[in-house]
Design a protein around this ligand. Sequence first.
Ligand code: EPU
Length: 419
Amino acid sequence: MDKILVHGGNSLAGSIKISGSKNSALPILAATLLTREPCTIHRVPDLSDTHYMLQILTHLGAQVERASGIVTVTADKVQSVAPYDVVRKMRASVGVLGPLLGRCKEATVSLPGGCVIGDRPIDLHLKGFEALGAAVRVESGNVKVFAPKLAGAVINLRGKFGPTVLGTDNVMMAAVLAEGTTVIEGAAQEPEVCDLADFLNKMGAKIEGAGTRRIIVEGVSELHGAEHYIIPDRIEAGTFLVAGAIAGTGVTVNRVEPKHLTAITDALSGCGFKIEAKNQSITVSPNGAPKPLEITTEPYPGFPTDMQAQMCALLSTTEGISVITENIFPQRYMHVAELKRMGAEVQMEGATAVIQGVERLTGAPVMASDLRASAALVLAGLKAEGVTEVSRVYHIDRGYEHLDEKLSELGAHIERVKA
Ligand code: EPU
């Protein structure tokens, strides 16, 4: 298993280009199952998660071609069963349920287990399918959904932790081929949901309201092939902006959509950093001593849970007391114990982290536990004294395209050690 060694102390400067969004690419690739015709998707990031999704599509019978970020999927014939050994590596595999149900009127997919960021149920996805007329059976670790036909319905997808992103995607993908009109209330408003709706509309679907709490889907009888460019990854961009805040003298992220990053840039401004956004780029630079902050994670357009760990790393070295409350995945704090091993002072009170900023962190061997937690440890290592050795780097490779190389481009002293 590869390791990443971060030699702390170098300052970062310059610019990098942000890749296509992982969390857009995954459901959009799944949506190609909805048509027999070829679909061409551009800016698919080169990540293990997108590779897993392409393996699943291949298993389901699709033909997949991939060359430098451009993926063509032709799902002329599909079968509707995705077993455990095919889907177990990635929770987002559940995103094939909706398109398979829409196209084949049945789907059997192995149930995702829990993961380090929490329980991660799919009850809301299933509630949505049932409202469309499907029967749901959970047996032998699989979930089976089937319906003689799907019919439009009014569905509220809001759960106790707010809207569900993949649940909204899944129900939208099943509803595009249902008879009649489906109204999804309490829909997730994330830009990735809008990107999926844009792609589905290019395929001939009739979806309105994506990006608001109410999405209206007018069912059509079939979809056709389409070409699409994935939106920039706002979480990758946010991660590099936090890297720039932790150790930079002026770091620019290019090829971004600044309006998708408002909650993140507002937080960094609140911390005292200078933020300049124009067209498709954002620059973060120091502007006096950073200030502590209070942040609460919320569904979009609030502060994203996927940036909570990285902010924890930044605030660990920001003088004063900062408070972070995690509202989406209350247990998503696996990075805290590792940051503490680097000298951070963090006290947990339920889903709230109270962070007393310290003057310096020290490098240590640390263990990556999930994607964003791992990124946070790399960011902490940029400022730590000495060497931070991050193991289990496969978590990072699931969701960041060449994180180590891009940080090197900005001047970090970072190396990947093949084990
Ligand atoms: N939830 C339920 N029931 C459900 C579905 C979700 O109770 O049926 C709860 C979850 O347990 C959580 C909340 O609702 O408390 C929100 O979960 P959501 O369904 O929105 O998460 P997701 O769609 O499974 C996506 C991203 C995650 C990101 C979350 C929240 C993808 C592939 N994944 O997951 O991304 O954290 O939305 O924004 O889009 C990451 O990229 O590192 C990552 C974990």
